[in-house]
Design a protein around this ligand. Structure first.
Ligand code: P5A
Length: 482
């Protein structure tokens, strides 16, 4: 595979170039596919995807059923919910022909699957006993994005769209589901050691067709935010459009209330961007395709005994169930360090002739890069799991610290001007569209919305007077976004 150029990675200070180079050099995505906004997963990248989505599936499978709905949606269904189609019409790819024959009804490549699923929900749901209904699928979706496309971040074919859809007896039960979904997404991002803000989108930026939208935003190294997941309360908006009714215990008929929530491969973009450093990826142990690399340090005369011990260690680790690699290639140790650091391997073990004599190994962790000597006997499964947990804690602490540094509170909009672009400005803002527009205009950023939950470390009150009009407002985040 011809991929890697040997020059050093750009510094993470130049985040955009760093990101673009890293995803290619570490063999995550190949960006050379000849269609804008479409990219190819390399085998290594795809393994990360499998591990990350394995966790997401594990979380979803607890009380959702996995389904699969078709990629093509008839124009007649896609257009039914007025707000929904208004929000998506400029982003839809259309299939207009079958071979040479024009189709009677144009077919959309799903931009998301509400309008594919809900006509079927109407057939599936008969009585209150069918509720709640909770399903999810992991599929590709297509959005003709006009903003700058970027691998894993802004795609025209989203390859790893995990979308969940639920139906409930009433608004309150759907609201409980919104709270549950937020909990599930927190668990997922905690697992990846990615810090997030949970923010309710303003009215003008909610999902098309939703009653309200709660988003997960993370702060990227350059101070711009990225939306890494959303949870939407749909109320009975779609149920009325698609006529999804159920029979109540009293024999009446009522519309269901629905929610939907989604995560895309942006979760992997966040994983790369938040934890990576100037040397490459830094992957949490659980989602690293290679968890432990063993590097034998070979000198003439002692090669065989070093390789023997390295092989024994390799077998011990794989028997324990870890994903280990023994790098016995011809390359020099320095080149091997470079390669596996680029790939983010969390644990490195080095063994040379001295270590063989001592029965020891040199251990280092990708995030610390400090060498410790320890006896090979002490490298037990329990010890390794402890390393993994400690490393995750360090990653989360470091990432949270960085995110905290990028959030700043401002009394006035003018004061925030300097900061926007470097980080997230926190201000008090009322709910009015006028004040929102004023702020977006003045700061050339987006109003992300008010905090659904204010993190304790923020030490700020929920309410204050609106930085534009002085009326009562909520603590609100404003940022430049991806
Ligand atoms: C929820 C699931 C929906 O589509 N329907 C089903 C709802 N919500 S959403 O906010 O529009 O998308 C969910 C998440 O997908 C990510 N995302 C993207 N990722 C990469 N490229 C894109 N073009 C793209 N568009 C959306 C966002 O993280 C979003 O929150």
């Amino acid at each position: 595979m011809e991929v890697i150029t040997s020059k050093a990675l750009p510094s993470k200070e130049n985040f955009s170039e760093w990101y673009h180079e890293l995803i290619q050099r570490a063999e995550i995505m190949d960006v050379r596919y000849p269609v804008k906004g479409l990219y190819v997963w390399f085998p290594f990248g795809f393994k990360i995807r499998q591990l990350v989505y394995g966790k997401l599936r594990e979380i979803m499978d607890r009380d959702h059923d996995e389904v699969y709905f078709p990629t093509l949606i008839p124009e007649t269904e896609l257009g039914k919910e007025g707000e929904h189609i208004k929000g998506f019409e400029d982003e839809v790819y259309w299939v207009t022909h079958g071979g040479r024959d024009p189709l009677d009804v144009k077919l959309a490549l799903r931009p998301t699957s509400e309008t594919a699923m809900y006509p079927m929900f109407k057939l599936w749901i008969r009585s209150h006993a069918d509720l709640p209904l909770k399903v999810y699928q992991v599929v590709n979706t297509f959005r003709y994005e006009t903003k700058h496309t970027r691998p894993l971040i802004r795609l025209r074919e989203i390859t790893s769209f995990k979308e969940a859809h639920t139906a409930h007896v009433d608004y309150e039960d759907a609201e409980r589901q919104v709270r549950d979904a937020i909990k599930l997404y927190k668990e997922f991002y905690d697992f990846l050691a990615i810090p997030y803000l949970v923010i309710r989108r303003p009215e003008w930026d909610k999902f098309p067709g939703a009653a309200y939208t709660v988003a997960f935003d993370t702060v990227m190294p350059d101070g711009r935010t990225m939306q890494i997941g959303t949870v939407h309360h749909l109320a009975d908006n779609f149920a009325k459009t698609f006529d999804i009714e159920y029979e109540t215990p009293d024999g009446d008929h009522a519309y269901v209330h629905q929610t939907c929530y989604g995560i895309s491969e942006r979760c992997i973009a966040a994983l790369i961007s938040i934890h990576g450093d100037d040397l490459g990826l830094v992957l949490p142990f659980e989602v690293s395709p290679v968890q432990i690399v063993i590097i034998p340090i070979l000198y003439k005369g002692s090669e065989e005994k070093v390789m023997e011990v390295a092989r024994q260690l390799y077998e011990k680790l794989t028997d324990m169930g870890f994903r280990a690699v023994l790098d016995d290639s011809e390359e020099r140790p320095g080149a091997k360090y470079y390669k596996w650091e680029l790939k983010g391997v969390p644990v490195r073990l080095e063994i040379g002739p001295r270590e063989v004599d001592e029965g020891s190994a040199i251990v280092s962790f990708r995030d610390e890069r400090v060498k410790h000597k320890m006896s090979v006997e002490e490298i037990t499964e329990e010890r390794i799991r402890k390393w993994a947990a400690e490393m995750k804690e360090r990653l989360l602490r470091k990432a949270t610290g960085k995110m905290m540094d990028k959030l700043k509170f401002f009394e006035s909009v003018e004061d925030a001007n300097e900061w926007i672009g470097k980080g997230v400005a926190l201000i008090y803002l009322c709910d009015s569209l006028e004040c929102g527009e004023d702020v977006e205009e003045a700061l050339k950023g987006s109003v992300l919305g008010r905090f659904e939950e204010i993190p304790e470390w923020m030490e700020l009150q929920e309410k204050g007077s609106c930085a534009v009009c002085g009326e009562l407002g909520n603590l609100t985040a404003v940022a430049k976004t991806y």
